[in-house]
Every structure is written in structure tokens, then in C-alpha cells.
Design a protein around this ligand. Structure first.
Ligand code: KIV
Length: 264
């Protein structure tokens, strides 16, 4: 497979060729995902839950993400890797730059930050200094205690309008991609139409420019339960390479997610 860059991802958006993404935390899975058609790998702070067994993502450190980014990069030099910036590692512009630089040195191609307009200065500085940025709106798991649980966001029109304005502010600051998590499908479409950079959905319906899942959800081994927006692709395929291929095929064709995985 050829090397994916931000230009490839923009072209995919323009051509309505859906972007496929999965989380990975080590070299073997990252390579397997890439070899079977995944365009983007996220070293997500979801590792605090699926690898470390936490109830949320808050205990994850920048060192944790740097370590797993290095592991994932070991899977292939061709991978497009987004590394998550953990809770409270981007609370000032200078902290953000220092911590993002550590993740880029570990092998990331882009860093992801959760939040809206308040990140404007940090994102502007990061991109000026050569660090590509992915935003993350909707159910931003690092704010789980503010939300009072892992809940769908943006159902009220005032919140929806705020989220659209946040997406536009992230783009204006220089962000080159935005993850939209657990929001009504119709709002995901409005956001995708309101900006020029690719949107990647998880629990955000079919109208985003791409989809992402936590790898443990894709194979049905997340501790506890499978979220409504996810699907166990291993059940119907029986082996990992075919599960990944089916996920990619279904995302590209629009078969996944279907109505049962959406929020209204
Ligand atoms: O940490 C993570 O895996 C994420 C995805 C759920 C998008 O942020």
C-alpha cells in the first residue's frame, strides 16, 4: 500500500472516497490493519480503558501515548498515525507544543486534541511549527465527568450550533481533520458540509468523510459491552484479516454504519 499523507486524505474527501480508520496500540495490529486496507491508525487514549482497564481515559500520560506510538510506527513506515494528546497535556500553548513534539518524535504524523474554539491558539501555534492537528468534537471522553457520563452530545439546537462554530474555529486555526464522536447523524452532516477538512465519525452516522472504531470493539472484545455505534466484524468473518477487510469494504460502500448504529 502506498503512503497516506494529509494530501491523500483531502483528495479522498473531495472524491467522496471514505477514509477508514482504526485504533491500534502495537506494531503487529497496526501492520495487519494497514495491510488489509485501513487508511489511518489512531493511537487513542482509549488505551486507558482497553489496555490499562480504567473506567475512563484520564489516567493516560503523554509517555504512554509516546510509547505506543513508537510501537505502532514499528509496524510500518508507511502508516498515517494520529497520536492522541492525553487529558491535561494541552492546557497551555507551551505545554501543548512540548507534549505534541514528544508524540511527533515518537513517530506520529498528526496529533489529536479534544475540544473546540478554546484550542484556537494552541492549534495555530502547533501548525505554524509544523505539527498537523486533528480536532475531536461531540462526546469528548476526557470531559466525561463534565458530561456526567458517556452520553450523546449536540441534540439541542443551541449545542448543535455551538459545535458547528467550534468545527469552523478548529479549521480556521489550522486543524486538518476532525473526529466527531457520538452525535446525531444529521448534525455530523451539517458539520461535514460546513468545513473543508475531512471529518471522521464514530457514532456519527454515514455522512462523515470517514469512520473510526476502537479495534477492541471491531472484534467484540471490549471489556463489558459493545457500544451501540459499533459492530463485531469478527463474528461474521471468523478471522482478523477478513474482519478488517469487511470493515473497510462496508465503510467504503456506506453499508457501515447502518441505521441501528446511529443516534438521532
Ligand atoms: O481514544 C480513542 O480511541 C478515540 C477514538 C474513540 C476516536 O479518541
Amino acid at each position: 500500500m502506498s503512503k497516506i499523507t494529509v494530501s491523500t486524505l483531502n483528495k479522498m474527501k473531495a472524491e467522496k472516497n471514505k477514509i477508514t480508520a482504526l485504533t491500534a496500540y502495537d506494531a503487529s495490529f497496526a501492520k495487519l490493519f494497514h495491510d488489509n486496507g485501513v487508511d489511518v491508525i489512531l493511537v487513542g487514549d482509549s488505551l486507558g480503558m482497553v489496555l490499562q482497564g480504567g473506567d475512563d481515559t484520564l489516567a493516560v500520560t503523554n509517555q504512554d501515548i509516546a510509547y505506543h506510538t513508537r510501537c505502532v510506527r514499528g509496524g510500518s513506515r508507511e502508516l498515517f498515525i494520529i497520536a492522541d494528546m492525553p487529558f491535561m497535556t494541552y492546557s497551555s500553548v507551551s505545554e501543548t507544543c512540548k507534549n505534541a513534539a514528544q508524540l511527533m518524535r515518537a513517530g506520529a504524523n498528526m496529533v489529536k486534541l479534544e475540544g473546540g474554539e478554546w484550542l484556537y491558539d494552541s492549534i495555530k501555534t502547533l501548525t505554524q511549527q509544523g505539527i498537523p492537528v486533528c480536532g475531536h468534537l461531540g462526546l469528548t471522553p476526557q470531559s466525561v465527568h463534565v458530561f456526567g457520563g458517556f452520553k450523546v452530545q449536540g441534540r439541542e439546537e443551541i449545542k448543535a450550533l455551538e459545535m458547528i462554530a467550534d468545527a469552523q474555529a478548529l479549521e480556521a486555526a489550522g486543524a486538518q481533520m476532525i473526529v466527531l464522536e457520538c452525535i446525531p447523524s444529521e448534525l455530523a452532516k451539517r458539520i461535514t458540509d460546513a468545513i473543508n477538512i475531512p471529518t471522521i465519525g464514530i457514532g456519527a452516522g454515514t455522512q462523515t468523510d470517514g469512520q473510526i472504531l476502537v479495534m477492541h470493539d471491531l472484534v467484540g472484545i471490549s471489556a463489558g459491552y459493545i457500544p451501540k455505534f459499533s459492530k463485531n466484524f469478527l463474528l461474521e468473518t471468523g478471522n482478523m484479516p477478513d474482519a478488517v477487510k469487511k470493515y473497510c469494504r462496508d465503510v467504503k460502500s456506506g453499508a457501515f454504519p447502518s441505521a441501528e448504529h446511529e443516534f438521532k
